[in-house]
Design a protein around this ligand. Structure first.
Ligand code: PEP
Length: 242
């Protein structure tokens, strides 16, 4: 399978931020590598304009969250169908910031993933333990329970992102052995065709080592995806077919 390097811009980016994506494409001299997928998930306000500007250039565009319903009385929410209509191909669901800030349960994340699949999007379903859970030796139990509760029962294409909560935005990362252990565990629960991304403080300097781990099929990148130089460094460090 191709590796997938996904950028999660979170609540960052205005129309002028398109220049970062242009700069990223420029670093590849206009021709993006074909042996890996490059995905940018900007805020919902930028999905349509980024998709129309960059999809033809080979940058895949995705959303950061979706509602479980296709439409209706849900002020402020965005449906998977709307993201697909705007040109998105993927949507992140169950990011730890949404699980924490909005109290999202595994059951809700599963319903969002199902809504994404129904709209023709590939969901990126995020799981990961807190610092306390890791220190208590519960990382695999937590990730296992999240996967059992959050994954739709389907053969449709989906992607998993293992993102230890304590590694997101902190500059901390698990050891390579710990990343390998969790990814092997996730592989055992999901089957061979599912892409499993690692997320949490991936930078150009550590991407090569992390992305070389067996069963790490790409990265979900927050802060470092906002700067063309850093995101380019991570994409360049990724093995192509994994
Ligand atoms: C994320 O938000 O999914 C993430 C991994 O963030 P960062 O790369 O900044 O740790």
């Amino acid at each position: 399978m191709k590796s997938l390097i996904a950028g999660n811009w979170k609540m960052n980016g205005l129309t002028g931020s398109a220049s970062e994506v242009e700069a990223l494409i420029g670093k590849f001299s206009g021709a993006l590598p074909e042996d890996r997928d490059i995905l940018i998930c900007p805020p919902a306000t930028l999905v349509a304009t980024f998709a129309s500007s960059f999809s033809d250039e080979g940058v895949i565009i995705g959303g950061q969250d979706c509602h479980t319903n296709e439409s209706g009385a849900h002020t402020g929410d965005v449906s998977a169908a709307m993201l697909a209509d705007a040109g998105a191909a993927y949507v992140i669901v169950g990011h730890s910031e949404r699980r924490a800030d909005h109290g999202e349960s595994d059951a809700l994340v599963k319903a969002k993933a199902e809504a994404a699949l129904a709209a023709g999007l590939t969901p990126i379903i995020c799981v990961g333990e807190t610092k306390e859970q890791r220190e208590a030796g519960k990382a695999l139990d937590v990730v296992g329970a999240q996967l059992r509760g959050s994954l739709p029962q389907t053969e449709d294409e989906m992607t998993i992102a293992y993102e230890p909560v304590w590694a997101i935005g902190t500059g901390l990362t698990p050891t390579i052995a710990d990343i390998a252990e969790v990814h092997d565990f996730v592989r055992g629960m999901t089957g061979k065709d599912v892409r499993i991304l690692y997320g949490g403080s991936v930078k150009p300097g550590n991407a090569g080592e992390i992305l070389a781990v067996e069963n790490v099929n790409g990265a979900l990148v927050g802060g470092a995806s906002l700067k063309a130089e850093d995101f380019y460094g991570i994409i360049s460090a990724a093995p192509g077919n994994v």
